[in-house]
Each structure stands twice: as C-alpha cells, then as structure tokens.
Design a binder for this molecule. Structure first.
Ligand code: HPA
Length: 270
C-alpha cells in the first residue's frame, strides 16, 4: 500500500505543490460548498494512480485545491461507499493521500436517517460519536506505522472544540441542530422496522452508509475531525413509510445552505 500511496502523492505533487491544512469530504448536503472555494487546481480521480473511481452518479470524482476564507483546503468531490463494492482500504486511500499532502483537519458531511424520535426531517446532527456496524474495518491488515499506531484510541473521535463552535454557529442562526451518535451500516438497502428498532436500542441517533471508515482512518492519523449529517427521513419503526429516494435528495438539497454555512464558518474560524 505504501508504494501506491507514494505514487498517488507524487502525481498530485507534480501538479500542485502547496500543502493544504484542511481536507473536506463533500458528501450529501455539501455540494454547495464548492461555490465557496477559490479553485486553484482540480484533478480527476481517474488521472491519479490507484485512486478508486466513483460509481454513484450524483457524486463527481475529483480533488479540488483552493481557498475558503483565505485558508488552503483540498476537497474530495465524490466519495466512496462500502456498498459500491470497494474495500475499506480503497474507500480510505484518498484520505491517506490527503494526509501526506499536509492536512491536519478533516470535515465530512453525509445524509442519514433519523432514529432519535425527537429528530425531524431536514434537521442537522453534529456527530459526537459513532457505532461501526459495517462489519469491516479500514485498519485491518499490516499497520501503516508511519501514519499511526496499531491500536488507535477512539475515546473522542470527533473534535470537541469544533463541535462546540458548530453548535454555537447553528444556534446563532436558529438552525435546527442536534449532537449525537451516527450508526454506520453497509446498505445499500434501507433498514427494516426491526433493524430501526434495534439501532435505536443500541444508542443510535441517526443511521447512514458512509463516514465511519474515513473517521476511523482520520483518527488513526491523528486528524482533527468534524462530521455533520442532514436527516433526510424519519425512521419510526411503528409508522414506517416506504423509502422515497427522490424525497431524500430533496430534503438534503433543502438543508444544503445551512450545512454549507456552518462548514464555511468553521473553516474561517480555524
Ligand atoms: N438508513 C440508512 N442510510 C440512510 C438513511 C436510512 O434511513 N437515510 C439516509 N441515508
């Protein structure tokens, strides 16, 4: 893996020689953040050696280098999911490369189903913790000692200062926001009623199909990590309606300006 990482890194370095401190994974709900980037360079994933290629149509596949509020950033437009058939190592490969390029802080967004009965469709949730039910882990196999330890700590996977700051920004603008626990499942099917009931019982506030592999690797590499979900559907096991993917996309789109605003304010505050 180290050889592949070095080849990807060398390729990017030849095209862009700055070291951005901030990495952003533009998941669902953060597409609008692209408008805030003063773009200096963008590189398609399919040109970068060993990068996986995105299969989900609504996700592009490129790295964007530039500035937000004067800060050097690199954004992943297009991310990878376990349900697409990638291995955990493939999903998190780009993040390892971003670390080699110099990032110390990582921002992630996603769409998730609301398990907590007090959460409403369209609300946002800042991740304070997670449960990995993806039955796989990106850190299995030989440890990459140059990135981090064999047994990384996971007692506070999300940065407390950034959480507090995001809560403050949301409060000032009267955005409906919670702070809670994200459960990662494989997907791609939505959950059964019995599964939603189970996920509530084990302490989940929202459920989704992404983010946790990247957060595990980010913690392995000691990145300061922040993640936020847009709640696109309410998962009430006793009144469950059939999933409407178009509706999920609509709700995510509606929440996008709020997510974008919180993220760009956080970046400016660093
Ligand atoms: N379950 C899993 N992933 C999701 C959901 C859900 O209910 N909603 C949006 N992403």
């Amino acid at each position: 893996m180290e050889k592949q990482l070095n080849e990807a890194f060398d390729y990017i370095r030849r095209l862009y020689d700055k070291s951005p401190g901030i990495g952003i994974i533009l998941g669902t709900g953060l597409g609008g953040l692209v408008e805030e980037i003063e773009i200096e360079r963008s590189i398609s994933y399919n040109h970068i050696p060993h990068f996986p290629i995105s299969t989900v149509e609504s996700h592009f596949g490129r790295l964007i280098f530039g500035k937000i509020g004067g800060k050097d950033i690199v954004a992943m437009q297009g991310r990878f999911h376990f349900y697409e058939g990638y291995s955990m190592a493939e999903i998190t490969f780009p993040l390892r490369v971003l670390k080699m390029l110099g990032i110390h802080t990582l921002f992630i967004s996603n769409a998730a189903g609301g398990l907590n009965p007090t959460y409403r469709k369209g609300d946002l949730m800042i991740l304070d913790d997670h449960i990995n039910l993806q039955t796989a882990n990106p850190l299995t196999g030989p440890n990459l000692d140059k990135f981090g330890p064999r047994f990384p700590d996971m007692s506070q996977p999300y940065d407390k200062t950034l959480i507090a700051r995001a809560e403050e920004i949301a409060k000032q603008h009267h955005y409906p926001v919670h702070t809670g626990v994200y459960v990662a499942v494989i997907g791609p099917n939505l959950e059964t009623r019995a599964e939603y009931r189970f996920l509530r019982m084990i302490g989940g506030d929202v459920v989704g199909m992404s983010t946790v592999p990247e957060v595990i690797v980010a913690n392995h590499m000691s990145l300061r990590t922040f993640a936020i979900s847009v709640i696109t559907d309410e998962c009430d096991p006793d009144h469950l309606e059939p999933v409407d993917v178009a509706e999920i996309i609509r709700v995510a789109g509606e929440a996008e300006p709020k997510m974008t605003h919180i993220l760009s304010s956080l970046i400016r505050s660093l």
